[in-house]
Each structure stands twice: as C-alpha cells, then as structure tokens.
Design a protein around this ligand. Structure first.
Ligand SMILES: Nc1ncnc2c1ncn2[C@@H]1O[C@H](COP(=O)(O)OP(=O)(O)O)[C@@H](O)[C@H]1O
Ligand SMILES: [Mg+2]
Length: 282
C-alpha cells in the first residue's frame, strides 16, 4: 500500500531491524514489518525463534542493534522522553503476569500506569473501571492480586496495559497456560478491545487460533520474518516446515479432502464440505 491514506493507518513499522541480547548471536535480522490500525496480527514461530525479542523491540524496551523502529512513520529514538511517548501509544503485556503485577490489589495495580501519567484521580478511576470491564475482570476489582487464578492474573495484566489507553496493544502468548474457559475469556476480552478501537497483535504458537483470529501473520523463521495474510502464510507448507510449526487443522483437512479455498475455522470447513457434497449430488 502506498499513498497518504494508507500511511495514516500505519501504527508501527520496522526497517532492516536486527536485534539480539547481550553476549548472544543475532536473534533477528533485517526485520521489515508493518502494523496497521485495526489489523489483527498473529506473531508465530518456534520456541526460542525470537517472538518475545521482536515484541520487546516493538514496545521500545529492547533497543535494536541496527535498523529502525518507526511510529506513524517517524523513527523512534531510544531516549527516555521518546520512549515515554512511545509507551503511551504502544503497550506490551508480558507472557508471565507475575512479571507485570506488583501491587497488593487489582485496582491499585491497574491504576499504576495512569497514575504515573499524572492524570487526575477521577480520570484514573474511570480508566481503571473501563479497563476492568473490557477484560471481564470488574468483579475482581477489590481482590488481592496474589489470590487470583493464573487466568485472572493474565486478564488483570491486560487491564493494566489497557488503562494506558494505547492505540496498539502487543501481547506475548496471552492464551498460553490457560484452560479452555480461560482461553475463551481472554479471546473475548481481545475482541471487546478491538471493538473499542484498540489494535491488537499477539505472539502465539497456536497455529489454529492464529488462523481463526488474525488477519495477518508474522512468522519468524531462521532469524528472519515473513509477513502476509494469515491463511496464505499458514497454508504455505514449506514455510510451516522451515518455521517448525504445524499446518492448522482446517487447512490440513481442506488439503486432505481436496476442498477449494482456505477455511479458517470449523464453520468454514463445514460450508466447503456441504458445497462440495451438493455439487456432486445430482
Ligand atoms: N534476556 C535475554 N538474554 C539473553 N538471551 C535471551 C534473552 N531473551 C531471549 N534470549 C535468547 O534469544 C533467543 C530468542 O528468544 P525469544 O525472543 O524469547 O524467543 P520466543 O519468544 O520466540 O520463544 C533465544 O535463543 C533466547 O535464548
Ligand atoms: Mg517468548
């Protein structure tokens, strides 16, 4: 996409970005990606491939070795002031909620960010209320954080980021370690967030969930990344193998049954099967 209208939708982009950690070989090379407003992005790759490293770069917490990170087309400098600006618009939720929750109770914890922005108390309160409602954790407001279940802590950690009112929310494996009900609650929360106008990108190694949820995928493979429509990338058998991922089941089943198209979930598989059946029945 080119032209001013398309560019207005670009929240974050990277150019020739290389990143690693102290004393380690390069983790990511020549990363060129674009995150656009309203586009759901799933970041996929094997364990240790560099998903968290990339999210850390996008959030500004890890400075790239070379290359650039831009927000709204302007290169992000890595000084304190620029990073503070960056974090008002881009928030990262870490994989482990215990790396993110520090306060004794839920309201205190979710208030921490907006308080630090210096907002008046009533604004902090309304942001916290709204964030807790969005993640389906308003009933937990008065609870002690250490008494919450893992799934509840994960959603409260998301609420803490949401209370900063970011344009872009980055989540590192938000459904990892959750039971099926916890996964549904988390995905519902992400849907509500998106409906409220926040763009959401998440790292996951769940290819099925990525296929059914995302619009685009970013796949980390051999220290490099590929970005494209999620059904295209996750249906690319060669890429999937090189990235040590698995073909999502709807695409595997479609291939096996010779179905046309790239179904993304159970309903789409069923529709294609019944269309094929009807075409065969005279
Ligand atoms: N803080 C760190 N210090 C040193 N090496 C790290 C650190 N974090 C990650 N790594 C290394 O960087 C590589 C990519 O890790 P990571 O980005 O966490 O992968 P993923 O999130 O895809 O599992 C791995 O080899 C990992 O060991
Ligand atoms: Mg990780």
């Amino acid at each position: 996409m080119t032209g001013p209208d398309a560019d207005a939708d670009v929240l974050l982009s990277t150019e020739a970005l290389c990143a690693t950690h102290p004393g380690r070989p390069m983790v990511l090379r020549d990363v060129a990606i674009t995150l656009r407003r309203g586009v759901r992005v799933a970041l996929l790759g094997a364990n240790g491939s560099g998903k968290t490293t990339l999210l850390s770069c996008l959030s500004g917490s890890l400075r790239p070795v070379s290359g650039t990170l831009s927000r709204h087309g302007i290169v992000v400098r890595h000084d304190r002031r620029a990073l503070r600006e960056h974090r008002r618009e881009v928030q990262l939720v870490l994989q482990d909620p215990d790396d993110q929750l520090f306060s004794a109770d839920v309201v205190q914890d979710v208030s921490f960010g907006p308080m630090n922005l210096g907002l008046p108390v009533d604004q902090v309160r309304s942001r916290v209320e709204r964030a807790l409602i969005l993640v389906g954790a308003d009933h937990l407001a008065d609870r002690a954080t250490h008494q919450l279940s893992y799934g509840e802590r994960k959603r409260v950690a998301v609420a803490g980021a949401v209370a900063m009112a970011p344009d872009l929310l980055l989540l590192d494996e938000p459904t990892a370690g959750l039971d099926p009900a916890g996964v549904v609650q988390m995905m519902d929360a992400l849907d509500r967030l998106r409906e409220s106008g926040t763009t959401v990108a998440m790292a996951t190694h769940d290819v099925d969930r990525a296929l059914s949820w995302a619009d685009e995928a970013i796949v980390v493979v051999d220290h490099r990344v590929v970005q494209g429509p999620v059904d295209e990338l996750l249906g690319d058998a060669d890429l999937i193998e090189r990235a040590h991922l698995e073909l999502p089941w709807p695409l595997a089943l479609a291939q096996r049954l010779g179905l046309p198209g790239r179904p993304r979930n159970l309903d789409e598989v069923v529709r294609l099967v019944s269309e094929q059946h009807n075409a065969r029945v005279p």
